[in-house]
Design a protein around this ligand. Sequence first.
Ligand code: NAP
Length: 336
Amino acid sequence: MKQQLRVGVIGCGAIGKEHLRRLTDVVPETIVTGVADYFLPAAQSAAEMFHCTAFQTGEDLIASPDVDAVVVTSADPSHAAYVLEAIRHKKFVFCEKPLAQTAEECQQIIAAEQAAGKKLVQVGFMRRYDRGYMAMKHAISSNEIGAPLMIHAAHRNMSQAPGFETDYAVTRVAIHEIDICRWLLDDEYATAQVLGVRQSSRTSGEWLNPQIMMLTTRSGQRIDVEVQTDGAYAYDIQCHVVGEDGIVSLPDPTSVTKRAAAAIHTPLMTDWKDRFIEAYDIEFQEWAKSLLNGAPTGPSAWDGYVACVTGDALIRSRQTGKPEDIVLPEKPEMYQ
Ligand code: NAP
């Protein structure tokens, strides 16, 4: 029989349930053996649905001899502690973004992983597995558009859960653009800035919406990201990389085009779960295969750290009104 990885999932909310279904139905290399959630009935109901054990705590799940690898899909503030605990047990851990709440916590994770002497951590930047972004990356790295000069990107959301805050536009939303743009350009950031813009009357709370985020890279490229966190016409992700010889653009997801009533109509998506469903599937298939081969090959703790440092600089710039420098220590050998 094919070797299988026994996986435990901490956090049985929206994406936790999606990943449980994915690990059960879409990834033949994984079997879910345990779940945990702050709210025990949520874990019990998931355990019933996916025929596995409901652990009292995330720590119990991590320590279990029936769990080879851990998936962290709990709320943002809990991520770092679970990742550190998994590393302490020398277990592989997939952590949904963000890796941690602060750059300092990310550094602790990097230090722990290096002390363990083995790559154990992968961060959930699933866009790197989206076929559109992968095709863009291929076109850029094979010099099809010449030297890349700039990126124009947009992240538009229709709504947010109650309790959303201005900073979450960076830490929960634009964090995907922060990761994907440096991956596409294969460069690190130099500065970050948030620009003000006329505010949307469609925002359902008190946070700033939209925001424009500007990044520069060490080689001088400029990235502008329009972030609409609420009230947009659809869940719409746009990305255009402008090179010296041409442009590559993220394709829209495939959908039926209707011609009727003297018009052409193409529906757009409304939900992130549907927009990146295939990317999440490929992300977990690749994760499982890489672990069975000995180590994760996807976005690393270093990538989680850089996203956090960049996010901090963006948030700082909203307060200072100026571009903020992004200063990184030398990248450890493990992440080269
Ligand atoms: P959610 O629906 O609120 O689910 C989170 C679940 O984790 C809830 O059941 C919550 O229980 C539980 N929880 C909270 N703190 C916990 C802790 N310390 N230990 C165990 N369980 C805990 O949120 P979500 O939308 O699924 O998001 C979960 C994580 O995934 C977030 O970090 C988010 O940023 C990330 N995410 C990533 C993507 C992506 O595109 N990659 C998309 C969506 C979400 P209570 O309800 O009792 O607090």
